[in-house]
Design a binder for this molecule. Structure first.
Ligand SMILES: [Mg+2]
Length: 494
């Protein structure tokens, strides 16, 4: 039985005004919240927002220590690494040791070798002359916030080892970096540190408890579906919700079903059985394989089909909230009819930057228009000029009127070429400045030049909704109708 709780705050909250950009929930595909019966949550980087710099530092230090144990030079541990270098959505070229950012058409817009940017020519020569097979073993897609530290270590190690004159096999180095990070996660080098100092690594959201409570009060049921292990999840969730609302005795009171160690993305495609983790730490197989919807229990493993049976509703009435484009959002979308919401914690910074460069973006648009107009004018003059010059070459002489015309067009061509150059220079400088405001190395997370970035395109394709924090839902009525901007193809535009 779903317990409908009184929610006095609900009456006081006004859902009329649109929240500020950083508190907004953005919509790619329309979704009626009143039609949603179950809301499921991933935990890490979704309910638990980690401090990225602190996490990266922890992970990088653990990884560098393990790399030297594997025979890499001791000095690697003192190599300077930049936690602000990587962003999500980058592609690692394991063959050449480069890191790339692409637009939605897999066109490489920016590339670095170590921390040195490739020139336009180098980029063109290496990546633009043939099709880039981003899904081949040569390339590795950086799609989680966990993976950012891999890129920071990789770029620093390439720089450091090449400077030492050490022969580097970029593919092997990347494999070693990945293994060392995985090992650090498995052997507790990272998780133990986090648990020992949660406030340092995790930003507790004071509105999270109210957000979950608001959904419950509207009659929705909630589940947790995380890859983290039971004891870790228990500690983390207690930290996030333990001192939440007085109506709840502990974090488990907010959830009707809890699944840990779920092994997503395999959870969506495999047929692993659910087990129940009992309070004494032992595991119990389930008689019919289906977990029970009952607060206080914790299940492990499992698969989407059995979970769907337990939820007892149709998949289109389930909203799953996660941060991992592949493991949470893309797989949920491809293997089920679940609706999806993606938490993109970088959005807060992205939106601030966007607000600051709005004027520059408008200026960029007008410079692009200006350039096209000038080029058209230029072509008109060039056509006439060429005809007059051909005539002069053939007849050796022009009439005085024709010659005056020729000179006039010649001057116009020179003047227009100069104006095009100036417009292009202003455009490029302004674009650089805009990019730098978003991110020193890579520019905006969602855009690549004038195009949507490959990361942005994935968010657009697979996430029905996206937002920077789960608690932004608090600013919307649990009955809200999220509507997407009307989708129009180029031939439908005015
Ligand atoms: Mg996660």
């Amino acid at each position: 039985m779903q317990l409908t709780l009184p929610l006095p705050e609900l009456a006081q909250l006004s859902f009329g005004a649109a929240p500020s950009p950083s508190h907004r929930v953005y919509c790619n595909r329309s979704l009626r919240l009143d039609q949603i019966e179950w809301v499921g949550f991933d935990m890490d980087y979704t309910l638990a927002i980690y401090d990225q710099r602190e996490m990266d530092r922890l992970s990088i230090e653990a990884t560098l220590a393990k790399l030297t144990q594997r025979g890499y030079p001791e000095s690697l541990q003192t190599a300077s690494y930049r936690t602000d270098f990587p962003i999500r959505g980058l592609l690692v070229d394991r063959k050449l040791g480069n890191v790339l950012k692409m637009d939605r058409y897999k066109y490489v817009k920016r590339a670095y070798h170590g921390l040195t940017e490739l020139t336009k020519e180098e980029r063109r020569h290496t990546y633009h002359t043939r099709r880039l097979r981003a899904d081949s073993a040569r390339y590795h897609w950086v799609d989680t916030l966990y993976a950012l530290s891999e890129v920071a270590v990789y770029a620093a190690a390439i720089d450091h080892l090449e400077r030492l004159g050490v022969e580097v096999d970029p593919d092997r180095l990347f494999g070693d970096v990945r293994e060392c990070i995985d090992l650090s996660h498995q052997d507790g080098s990272i998780l133990d540190h986090i648990l020992a100092d949660l406030p340092r690594y995790v930003q507790r959201d004071p509105l999270l408890a109210r957000t979950l409570h608001q959904l419950r009060s509207a009659g929705k049921k909630l589940f947790l579906l995380t890859n983290s292990h039971g004891p870790y999840s228990d500690r983390m969730m207690s930290f996030l919700l333990g001192e939440g609302l007085p109506q709840y005795r502990g974090w488990r009171g907010y959830f009707d079903l809890v699944v840990c160690a779920s092994r997503k993305p395999r959870f969506f495609t495999g047929d692993a059985e659910f087990e129940e983790l009992l309070p004494d730490g032992t595991r119990r197989a389930l008689p019919n394989g289906i977990p029970r919807v009952e607060r206080g229990r914790m299940y492990l493993g499992g698969n989407i089909e059995s979970l769907q049976t337990a939820l007892g509703t149709t998949p289109d009435r389930v909203l799953y909230v996660g941060d991992h484009i592949y493991g949470d959002v893309l797989r949920a979308k491809k293997e089920s009819a679940w609706r999806t919401m993606m938490v993109v914690q970088e959005m807060s910074d992205e939106l601030v930057a966007h607000g600051e460069v709005e004027h520059s973006l408008a200026r960029l648009d007008s410079l692009e228009d200006l350039r096209l107009r000038l080029l058209e004018e230029l072509r008109d003059h060039q056509v006439v000029l060429k005809a007059l010059e051909r005539k002069r070459a053939a007849k050796k002489e022009l009439t005085p009127t024709e010659d005056a015309e020729r000179v006039r067009h010649r001057h116009a061509v020179d003047r227009l070429k100069q104006r095009v150059r100036l417009a292009e220079r202003e455009h490029d400088e302004l674009e650089r400045g805009v990019d730098r405001r978003f991110h020193r190395y890579w520019g905006s997370l969602f855009k690549a030049g004038g195009e949507v970035s490959s990361f942005g395109a994935q968010v657009e394709t697979y996430a029905c909704l996206y937002t920077s924090r789960v608690s932004n839902l608090l600013r919307y009525s649990p009955m809200h109708f999220f509507t997407s901007p009307r989708d129009r193809m180029p031939h439908e535009l005015p």
